[in-house]
Design a protein around this ligand. Structure first.
Ligand SMILES: Nc1nc2c(ncn2[C@@H]2O[C@H](COP(=O)(O)OP(=O)(O)OP(=O)(O)O)[C@@H](O)[C@H]2O)c(=O)[nH]1
Ligand SMILES: [Mg+2]
Ligand SMILES: [Zn+2]
Length: 355
């Protein structure tokens, strides 16, 4: 059990499932998810794992299946080298995003994350508007965000300071660290960013140096990193699956494939939290149903005019607001259609089984 606590297990999880009724089953943490299989760890050893048929039969969405970072109850075989997953412990948090492309569906990123670490490189990749998008996602999932700025070797110390200050302006009090993977010993300097017993998820575009950071933290080239494309300076999506790794100091990190786009579905809380000052201003608009676009007496527009709210931030807010409204609508429609179909299947089975 000691090893499990090292992996982040705690009373929150152990009190969520009556473990006595699972005689002989043991808790383990999902370290990676493959097409039809998983790897799980008991803190000292990794095992190949599969789910029971019950999972495949019962789960109507990907949220019902184990995700990287999940705590599960499993039955171990063959000297703990193979496991069958029977239950998922109640989750402390679930990080999800809209799937890439036109489909309005959620994709599970990882479970039981304490901090979502948004990684941006201090080159053209640095972008406050994209940062806000990641913040909305983290806040919507009620996961604390933090920021890591990589490739500090490509910017002057003054520039790094300035960028950190700009981020603090939009998210007061957020934890930020800047570092370079290319300066020897620099990653060591920021290693206390990752606290023992906590689980971190590295998020950001392809090529910002997430995996390089992980390798540096582990002090070995364990995972593949990729060259940047000459043409546009972007990464090549070197990391292809989420992977949970435990550092020597006891912090747990999940590396992720770089994200191309970050759409959002229904993110009212996330937007309110990320754009707190805009929500507060909206309360002062003359009309209750103010759209903050053309109305007289709009406190949001007034703030832009007075220069206390930046136009770029306002536009980003409005854009995401529209996007979430649109996606929310199609998502609800889809769910309703799926539900109707589910009911039909149920009815059909009931009426045709006895024949
Ligand atoms: N100059 C500079 N280059 C870096 C730094 N960190 C990483 N790189 C380079 O950036 C490229 C991409 O690094 P990766 O660690 O593979 O990036 P990633 O974020 O894991 O990318 P994906 O796995 O595709 O999401 C590699 O060529 C690294 O050598 C840094 O701090 N400074
Ligand atoms: Mg990578
Ligand atoms: Zn208004």
């Amino acid at each position: 059990m000691q090893d499990l606590y090292k992996l982040g297990f705690n009373e929150f999880f152990s009190s969520g499932l009556d473990m006595d009724s699972y005689n002989g089953f043991k808790p383990a943490r999902v370290t990676s998810v493959n097409k039809n299989s998983y790897t799980v760890s008991n803190g000292s050893k990794e095992a190949f794992a599969e789910v029971t048929g019950k999972f495949l039969y019962n789960s109507d969405s990907s949220a019902g299946m184990p995700a990287t970072g999940d705590w599960v109850l499993a039955q171990f075989f063959d000297d703990d080298s193979f496991a069958v997953i029977h239950e998922i412990f109640p989750r402390k948090s679930l990080l999800k995003r809209k799937t890439a492309g036109k489909k309005v569906e959620y994709q599970i990123i990882a479970a039981n994350i304490d901090t979502a670490v948004i990684v941006q490189a201090l080159d053209e990749n640095y972008n406050l508007r994209r940062l806000e998008r990641y913040l909305v996602m983290a806040n919507e999932c009620r996961i604390k965000p933090a920021v890591l700025l990589s490739k500090s070797d490509l910017a002057s110390p003054e520039e790094v300071k300035l960028k950190e200050t700009d981020i603090r302006k939009i998210v007061p009090g957020i934890k930020i660290a800047s570092f370079s993977n290319n300066i020897s010993g620099d990653v060591e300097r920021i290693s206390s960013f990752f606290e023992p017993g906590k689980t971190y998820c590295l998020l950001g575009s392809s090529g910002v140096g997430k995996t390089s950071l992980l390798n540096n933290l582990l002090n070995q080239d364990l995972f593949k990193t990729g060259e940047i494309r000459e043409k546009d300076g972007r990464g090549k999506h070197t990391t292809t699956r989420r992977e949970l790794i435990i550092l020597d100091n006891g912090a747990v990190i999940i590396d992720n494939p770089g994200m191309r786009e970050l759409g959002i579905i229904s993110a009212e809380t996330g937007l309110d939290e990320t754009f707190g000052e805009i929500s507060a201003l909206a309360g002062n608009c003359r009309f209750n149903n103010c759209t903050h676009t053309v109305e007289k007496g709009c406190a949001v527009l007034q703030a832009i005019q007075e220069g206390t709210l930046s136009k770029e931030r306002y536009h980003n807010y409005m854009k995401m607001q529209k996007e979430t409204e649109f996606n929310e609508m199609s998502y609800t429609e889809r769910r309703q259609k799926d539900k109707k179909f589910g009911k039909y299947v149920h009815w059909y089975l009931k009426h045709n089984q006895k024949k």
